[in-house]
Design a protein around this ligand. Structure first.
Ligand SMILES: [Zn+2]
Length: 293
């Protein structure tokens, strides 16, 4: 299958690269080819199976490029929490994979097929379970609503050369290539429109409520992010690149929550000792390696 061929080229070109920047550019190129090959070879809607294959390839690459927290307790907790959220909203029975990226910057991103990455820095900055659950619910929403896939399907109608140029300039002209795959992830798979962001917020609210968690964690986390942007802009760049966020999004998410009947919002969990133990353990691990620039 075409996807497999592209995957091999992906690995070969990666091995040939010497520097992080070069690797990132090569990966961007390879990813653009991957996108185009898939789009060209399908000629119609991208199936869930193709989405999962693409996600697997890409997630494997991300795992090679980014430091991932391998501590078994951290891995277990984030997956139990993530599965408990995905399980109440995913109607395609995807196999979900949640990973904590060992980076102090605040970021989270989703890869089609059910791969969610959340930075250690985001979890360490969160004050409670509901805030982290809100972020996961939002990222899960990008996958269940197939935002990246829809972008790719839209590109099918366009001239292939233009599509390639578009994808490449998106990466190359915005300086994303220089800041590693983490940001490149934001450039290709997670550069969402405001409508997509809003839809993912609504999905996040719905999902956390279904999981009996407090959706107020969503606007709370936005507040933490906006405050962080004021005090330490560098630390949240990646998140803001892939997730446009303004003050009014806080109000918008509060309005989404207000559309639920009071009874549905009663007695929801905001925090848990397990979450605090998880966060404490994360804080106790050796410092994150410096982020590749
Ligand atoms: Zn988003």
């Amino acid at each position: 299958m075409t996807i497999r061929t592209t995957g091999a080229r992906y690995t070969a070109s990666n091995t040939a690269s010497n520097t992080a920047r070069h690797t990132s550019k090569t990966l961007s190129l390879a990813r653009a080819f991957l996108l185009c090959t898939i789009v060209a070879s399908t000629g119609c809607a991208i199936s869930t199976q193709q989405e999962v294959q693409m996600g697997q390839n890409y997630a494997a690459q991300v795992e090679k490029e980014l430091p991932i927290v391998r501590d078994p307790e951290i891995v277990r907790y984030i997956n139990v929490l993530g599965d408990s959220l995905a399980g109440v909203t995913d109607d395609r029975s995807l196999t979900w994979h949640f990973s904590v990226v060992d980076a102090k910057e605040i970021n989270a991103f989703a890869i089609p097929g059910g791969y969610i990455f959340v930075n250690r820095g985001l979890i360490e900055r969160a004050t409670n379970l509901a805030e982290v659950a809100g972020v996961l619910g939002h990222e899960i929403g990008h996958v269940t609503r197939r935002h990246s896939i829809k972008q790719m399907q839209k590109a099918q109608g366009a001239n292939m050369g233009m599509t390639l140029a578009c994808i490449l300039t998106n990466i190359c002209n915005s300086g994303l290539a220089q800041t590693g795959i983490q940001l490149a992830a934001g450039g290709v798979f997670a550069k969402f429109s405001r409508d997509d962001e809003s839809e993912a917020d609504a999905e996040g609210v719905k999902t956390v409520i279904r999981a009996h968690l407090d959706p107020a964690g969503i606007p709370q986390m936005f507040r933490i992010l906006l405050d962080e942007r004021k005090s330490r802009p560098d630390g949240v760049d990646a998140f803001f690149l892939s997730h446009p966020l303004e003050e009014n999004r806080i109000a918008a998410s509060q309005q989404m929550i207000a559309t639920y009947p009071a009874a549905a919002l009663k007695g929801l969990t905001q925090d848990s000792p397990n979450f605090q133990a998880f966060k404490k353990r994360l804080l106790s691990l050796p410092p994150s390696p410096p982020t590749k620039k």
